[in-house]
Structures are given as C-alpha cells and as structure tokens.
Design a protein around this ligand. Sequence first.
Ligand code: G3P
Ligand code: CA
Length: 261
Amino acid sequence: MNEQITTMRRPRVVAHRGANDVAPENTLAAVTAAVKIGVDAVEVDVQCTRDGVPVVIHDPTLARTTDVALHRPDRMHDPISTFTYDEVRRLDAGSWRDASFAGEPVPTLEQVLDALRATGVGLLLEIKHPESQPALVAAVAEVLRCFSPGVSVTAQSFHAPALHELGRLLPEVPRGLLVRSAPRHPALEAWASAVNPWHGTVTSAYVRRAQLAGLETYVWTANGRSAILRAADAGVEGIITDRPRRALDMLRNRADVQVSS
Ligand code: G3P
Ligand code: CA
C-alpha cells in the first residue's frame, strides 16, 4: 500500500481590534495581548484627527470607547476628525472596559507599528470611514512610509476608492477589499491582493475561484467554533476573530496530517 502524507496549512489567525476579548479593543494593551497569544496578525481600525494624526479607533465618534463624555459632553457625538490629537491623547480608552485598563490611551498608528515591529506579527489595517475623512489615506500612507519597515502590513477597507488611492501612494502595500458577501466574480477585484467577506457567505468553491484570480480570502468575524471550522474547511487564507486564542487552539489541534492510500 502506498501511503501519501499531506500537510494542511492552517489559516492565519487575525485578532480583531487586537485581542479584544481580554483587553479594550484597538488599544496597545489589546495589540500586546494578541502578540502574547501568538496570533499571525492583528486587525485594527484607523481614522484621522483634525490635525492629520492617524489614530486607532473603530467608531466614528469617541463616545463608546473613551471617557470623552466626562471631559467634553458637548462634543461626545462629534466625529473624531473634529478633535486634535492633543485632545484625543488625553482620553481614557480603557476604563469603559475594565478599571484595570484605566489610562490606556487611544493609540496612534505609529505606536501600533512600534508595538508590532520585531514581533513577527503582521498588521491588517482597516481604513475606517475614509469617505468622511478626505485626508485619511494620505496621512496613513505617510505614517506607513516612515514606520512600517519591519512590520508586514496589509491594508483593508470597505471603500474601494480609498484602497485605490493607497495603491497610488504606496503600491507595495497589499490591499484587501472588505465586502459583506462573497462576490460571484472575485476576478473583477483582481487589482486587490485579497477579498475579505463576512464568514457566513464563503464556500470552498468561492475560495478556489478567488485563488484562481490570485486573491486571498480573509473572513470576518468568525468567533464560534463552527464558524471557525467552516472557514478553515473552506480553505480561507485568514480568519479575523474576536476569539484568537480559541481559533489558534482549534486550528493547531486539528489533524494537520492526512494519510491517504
Ligand atoms: O476586519 C473586518 C471587520 O473589522 C469589519 O468590521 O466593523 O469590526 O470594522 P468592523
Ligand atoms: Ca475593522
């Protein structure tokens, strides 16, 4: 009997907003926790202050994830792009989650790159709300140009024009197009390096079509065991998850050697 041993490569595990299950999302504490867990990459969201500093935060306002209501209740629902960096850096982005994170700041993109450099952990950088922040992509490109050496960075966005602009400014940075559903014809997005759909819409046939078009697939946000396994079985290259330790444990423990005769 001839036995053939096939080694299966596991999908990369990407900690969504950092390891946000153990630390406040999009903070250096969450990035550092993800590195300690041993993820392959960290996903964070980047926006821009009024004076052009790219900062890492998800929502269009500071209300949910900082203590802005304590300091400026009159401005708590104003867009981040109306605050200066000096105003943002004084806010507490940790206490809303747990008192043990009190004083954790909203990090800059530069600080996140510094935290990841020399760790071997990549950065999946979502360009957030670019349609309402005209200076965002150029500001991000400038920081990446100066501070990304030593960190493997991929940009992603739901907003294709932002990715096209980044491609003009920094053609060497891979770009993933975020989509709600796996598109019928991924080849139409062959300008990108990846198409990243919601996990529930991805099948193995889709992943294969994307691969034939030269595209990787990173699904979001797969948290439950069945969703993680389904994505891995479909052959995706990456799984963006709020449960990075769970995903790593599951994927490492899966039989990675198949024996067929
Ligand atoms: O990485 C994809 C995912 O982050 C997109 O959704 O709202 O969490 O930024 P959101
Ligand atoms: Ca995101």
